[in-house]
Design a protein around this ligand. Sequence first.
Ligand code: SAM
Length: 262
Amino acid sequence: MTASTVTGTGVPATQAGYFQLRAELLGPSRTRLLTGPELIQVGLQVYGAPAAFSLYGVPAPEMAGCGLRLLGRTAIECTVDAYAAPVAAALAERVPAAGRPPLVADLFCGSGNLGRHLAAALGVRAHASELDPAVHAATRHNLTALGIDIDLRLEDYRDLLGRLTPHGPHDTYVVEPPWGPAFTEQGLDLTATAPPVPEILADITASRQGAPCLIVIKTNDRIAHDSLQRCFAAAEHLASITPAPTLPAGANMDFHLFRLSA
Ligand SMILES: C[S@@+](CC[C@H](N)C(=O)[O-])C[C@H]1O[C@@H](n2cnc3c(N)ncnc32)[C@H](O)[C@@H]1O
């Protein structure tokens, strides 16, 4: 990897610039609302073009005008529309249209954008939990501003699991905990996220008394310690989706779909 890369949109983005911005937004600007020009800068530095940073169907250059509120951390942690859409399509392909509509539970919802896409593809209302009051308040504001109907609660994901009654084998859980120190130059260690992915999977299984379900998980394109394989050793792999590689190597997102059963 050279010091600069040409992104999928043809706009040069520097690797150093990306990681510098990432550190700023996850660090000092973590809980600060970003300005319109800063949101455009995220689009340029992270996704190679201002409009490629798009959430809820709103591209970054229009976010401020729509009154959207995004914290530094969420601007980095979120799943943008162009990534969420193919994941939602892959999920919908595997869920029969007939029968009782499945649950969609976005356990670590942040912006709520990934759960929103998945639920829309299945024609259901997403349930979402978010523990950080500042993230929750910004997301609540954005959903209200845009008229998006999600059952969003300020709560721990275990409380959401405890409230949900399973519908059937296509109930879908979005597992996207903060990576924190689990993400290093060696890659992402899913056994070291907060909470660790194996613990979250055990909580989901327990809440359903072992009934099968679907899991959607976002990872980095560099996995440490074979941790994806180890976390999902007992699950059935259904699909992996790698959106267009517009980020510097080691910063790309992969999405995986698994069937989990006890
Ligand atoms: C990686 S972000 C999720 C991003 C999200 N998928 C999106 O598209 O914006 C993880 C989120 O989980 C929240 N979180 C952390 N621990 C949590 C917990 N125990 N229960 C619920 N939410 C939690 C964090 O505050 C953070 O906003």
